[in-house]
Design a protein around this ligand. Structure first.
Ligand code: ADP
Length: 485
């Protein structure tokens, strides 16, 4: 294990109050390579008292940090952006090793993830309040924006870097301190990121990282403490609901970026080749392990055969393999449970009448792989249309009218991203207004952009990350009344 060179040995530990250290218990846990299940290395397994040390550090650092000039906070983020960019290859390799995605995709995540630091380095200096005259005259109304206070960030394994920078960037810009708990399946990238922020000059205590296998206990302990003022979570809807309930006792502010079940609509007037290109991105980015991933392909019956055939040819031509190998298009899934649950969804869909255009099984051999799969003639009520697949499977269901398509798209408890291919402008406007999703991609398979507000409605949660909105999640407003007469 000690020959694992991608993260300095010292940093495979907790990062608390500017110090890298072992867990108080001395416990550690293994990080596995999803391409073959072997152990990459191990990291400290923090317990609730380590988490408390982290919150103590965050709480102690809050007052000074909130008084640090915005330009200084922004420049730390800017330096961190530059360091990540310089080390993009190293970060990409680390992400690929612990998470499985290809090096090219990991590089894409590094660019995307680093961009949140650049964006929020620019936003840090644009925090401002307002001044107005009271409608009846007399007093003047002033608003002051202040950091919300110490935050807890819980991040998932699918984008180990970007899901961190998307929260850390605006929090640093706003003047908040934080405790970060990365996913136990992919803790290494977050530790490397903490190293970069330290190097960029982030003061001790502002960022604390606790790697742990006891996420539930950690969140329950920290959220019972009234010094913690904000929780931002990206992960599954059931865990999000637990955290929202938990936030009630101390009334922490919460941002929840939860599951999705994105529809991908292809209308009769669509450019089908462009729709196939978009589908490849919306479906296959991150092997389908993205909450924005196209989950249900709703295609007009007149173009469904052409779309299924062309998508099948593209998906069938992808090379599955280890993410670090040349020529790999699709890496492994995160764990054996993922392969099993995707296999069950495909088997059930076929049982319900779906036809396999390509794929439909897990390849033999080590690692947790699933072949890129296209299913057509999938009944609308099939289970695969109801749940988040989180893997490289594209189920196609047909529709006849726009109203039917919109109703089908909205027939889910989720509301994160949606996609539509059409060349009709009026229809585009109707879709933007009627689709019940936080994001609508029109004639594109990629909606994520650090300058845009990312987030969902309904069971996909609330709050927005990125864009001008992103920093609002970390600011409170104090109103000051000033009599003028
Ligand atoms: P996924 O299905 O993507 O793994 P989860 O919601 O299970 O999504 O995990 C997302 C993050 O939430 C991970 O960092 C995980 O450790 C953490 N987590 C899981 N359960 C809890 C919990 N009860 N309290 C706090 N964090 C949790």
């Amino acid at each position: 294990m000690s020959d694992f060179p991608w993260l300095p040995e010292e940093q495979r530990n907790l990062y608390i109050d500017g110090t890298w250290r072992e867990a108080n218990s001395g416990e550690r846990f293994d990080v596995l390579d999803p391409a073959d299940g072997s152990v990459l290395t191990d990291v400290a397994d923090g317990s609730t008292d380590d988490a408390m040390d982290a919150l103590d550090a965050a709480a102690a650092a809050q007052a000074d940090w909130s008084r640090t000039p915005p330009r200084e906070r922004g420049e730390i983020l800017r330096r961190a952006f530059e360091l990540i960019t310089e080390r993009a290859d190293d970060f990409a390799r680390l992400i690929s090793l612990e998470m499985g995605k290809t090096l090219a995709e990991a590089k894409g995540e590094v660019t995307y993830g680093a961009e949140f630091f650049r964006w929020f380095s620019e936003e840090a200096v644009r925090i401002s309040g307002r001044w107005m005259q009271a409608p009846a005259g007399g007093s003047r109304l002033l608003t002051v924006r202040k950091p919300v206070g110490p935050c807890l960030f819980i991040t998932p394994w699918n984008f180990p870097l970007a899901m961190g920078t998307r929260k850390i960037g605006p929090a640093v810009a706003a003047g908040c301190t934080m405790v970060v708990k990365p996913a136990e399946l992919t803790p290494l990238t977050m530790l490397a990121l903490a190293g970069v922020l330290e190097e960029a000059g982030l003061p001790a205590g502002v960022l604390n990282v606790v790697t742990t296998t006891s996420s539930k206990e950690l969140s329950a302990t920290l959220m019972a403490d009234d010094r913690l003022r904000k929780v931002s979570f990206t992960g599954s809807t059931p865990v999000g609901k637990v955290l929202v309930r938990q936030s009630a006792d101390e009334l922490q502010r919460v941002s929840m970026e939860l599951g999705g079940n994105a529809p991908f609509l292809v209308f009769e007037d669509a450019d089908v080749d462009a729709a196939v290109d978009g589908a490849m991105i919306a479906k296959m980015r991150n092997m389908g392990e993205a909450c924005t991933a196209a989950n249900r392909f709703l295609v007009h019956s007149s173009v469904a055969d052409e779309f299924a055939e062309k998508l099948g040819a593209r998906m069938g031509g992808l090379r599955v393999g280890r993410g670090q190998d040349d020529g790999t298009d699709v890496g492994p899934l995160i764990n054996p449970e993922a392969v099993e649950s995707i296999g069950e969804l495909v088997t059930d869909a076929v049982h319900d009448g779906a036809r396999v255009v390509t794929g439909g099984s897990a390849p033999d051999g080590p690692g947790w792989f699933y072949s890129p799969t296209v299913l057509t003639d999938v009944p609308a009520e099939a289970q695969i249309n109801k749940v988040e697949i989180f893997g490289p499977v594209a189920p196609i269901t047909t529709f006849e009218t726009e109203d039917e398509a919109i109703a089908a798209a909205n027939a889910t408890e989720y509301g994160l991203s949606s996609y539509a291919y059409t060349r009709d402008l009026a229809r585009t406007i109707r879709l933007a207004e009627r689709l019940e999703f936080g994001m609508v991609g029109v004639n594109t398979g990629l909606v994520s952009n650090p300058a845009a507000p990312f987030g969902g409605v309904k069971a996909s949660g609330f709050g927005r990350e990125g864009g001008f909105e992103g920093i609002e999640e970390y600011l409170e407003t104090t109103y000051v009344a000033l009599p003028a007469d």
